[in-house]
Design a binder for this molecule. Structure first.
Ligand code: CP
Length: 334
């Protein structure tokens, strides 16, 4: 694959590297578009390591983060990303907004649009809500997680983190690398975006969950489903753990947290069943002592969890910078 020519924002053969107006899901992206965003993020990874972390690429632009669900990592990293790029960033927390007075999602979106936002970042509890808003506004919309559907920037930041940790270079994919994702696959938008992203980059992905937390058609996404965690770990180079999404469960999906930990919790003993020096990932927030033990989450060298958070800022900078190019009149993005 040719390296992206970032000076012209196009691949050498003249193909537009990122033709999308919005970032709604990894499922909308071609392999070369995923790689383009990862490669663009490397520039911001380098900037974020410096003492002075400011760039003025988005100076004068207004970014609104509209969060209808709680968040620590995604909200703060989008805010930091926008500010490091020089934009004016405003956060709207639904709990303190007129949503509480009965205003609809569409009316809220039209209100943000009327304020001439240059990009809107949305998290919402309903799958598809972000696409609904994207159809109503004039600016790029970025999905910060919609229900059980997708969390595209999480999938991208996890792929970036993995590419770095596996010693891959800019432009490289994850061809043949063995990744096991374990947890509440059924309710997890992180699982969905990661499956789409990792398989697009050539990784061999296994998913593991109790039968009640495994989507029935998951194999059609190109992954191998397991209910036995020990079997799913054999040969895995990367183990990605997910929390139980209690907020999306109606009824009981597991007998008890204790039994869940016994069968699906990542302990040191269980990690030893994976490939030697297997890497550990978790998108957060973690429930220590349930899906992952503290002595695994905090493993020096092998746990990538804080690196995932660090790369979250860079990926969100890349997505904001690329998606606003047309509005900023960047050459080649008319
Ligand atoms: N990983 C993630 O989306 O975390 P937050 O819910 O804290 O944003």
């Amino acid at each position: 694959m040719p390296a992206p020519d970032s000076s012209q924002n196009r691949y050498p053969e003249g193909r537009a590297a990122f033709p999308h107006r919005h970032l709604l899901g990894v499922g909308d992206l071609a392999r070369h578009e995923i790689l383009y965003l990862l490669d663009q993020a490397e520039e911001w990874v380098a900037l974020n390591k410096r003492a002075a972390k400011h760039a003025d690429r988005l100076a004068g632009l207004t970014i609104i983060n509209a969060f209808f669900e709680n968040s620590t990592r995604t909200l703060l990293s989008f805010e930091i990303a926008g500010k490091r790029l020089g934009a004016d960033v405003v956060n709207m927390h639904a709990a303190q907004s007129s949503v509480k007075k009965g205003e609809t999602l569409i009316d809220t979106a039209l209100t943000l649009n009327a304020m001439r936002a240059d990009a809107i970042v949305i998290r919402h509890a309903s799958s598809g809500a972000v696409r609904l808003i994207a159809d109503k506004v004039d600016c790029p919309v970025l999905n910060a997680g919609d229900g059980q559907h997708e969390h595209p920037t999480q999938g991208l930041l996890d792929a970036l983190t993995l590419r770095q940790a596996l010693g891959k270079a800019v432009g490289d994919d994850l061809n043949g690398r063995k990744v096991t994702i374990c947890g509440d696959i059924l309710h997890s938008r992180v699982a969905r975006s990661n499956i789409l992203c990792l398989t697009a980059l050539g990784a061999e992905v296994r998913v593991c969950a109790p039968p009640a937390l495994m989507p029935s058609q998951v194999a059609a996404m190109g992954v191998e489903p397991f209910h036995d965690f020990d079997a799913a770990l054999a040969g895995a180079e990367v183990v990605m753990m997910l929390r139980l999404q209690q907020e999306r469960m109606s009824g009981r999906f597991i007998p008890s947290a204790r039994e869940y930990r016994h069968l699906y919790g990542l302990t040191l003993e269980r990690l030893a069943k994976a490939a030697p020096q297997a890497l550990v990932m978790h998108p957060g927030p973690m429930n220590r002592g349930v899906e992952i033990d503290s002595n695994v989450a905090d493993l020096a060298e092998r746990s990538l969890i804080t690196r995932q958070v660090e790369n979250g800022v860079a990926i969100r900078m890349a997505c904001l910078e690329v998606l606003t190019r047309k509005r900023r009149g960047v050459e080649g993005w008319a």
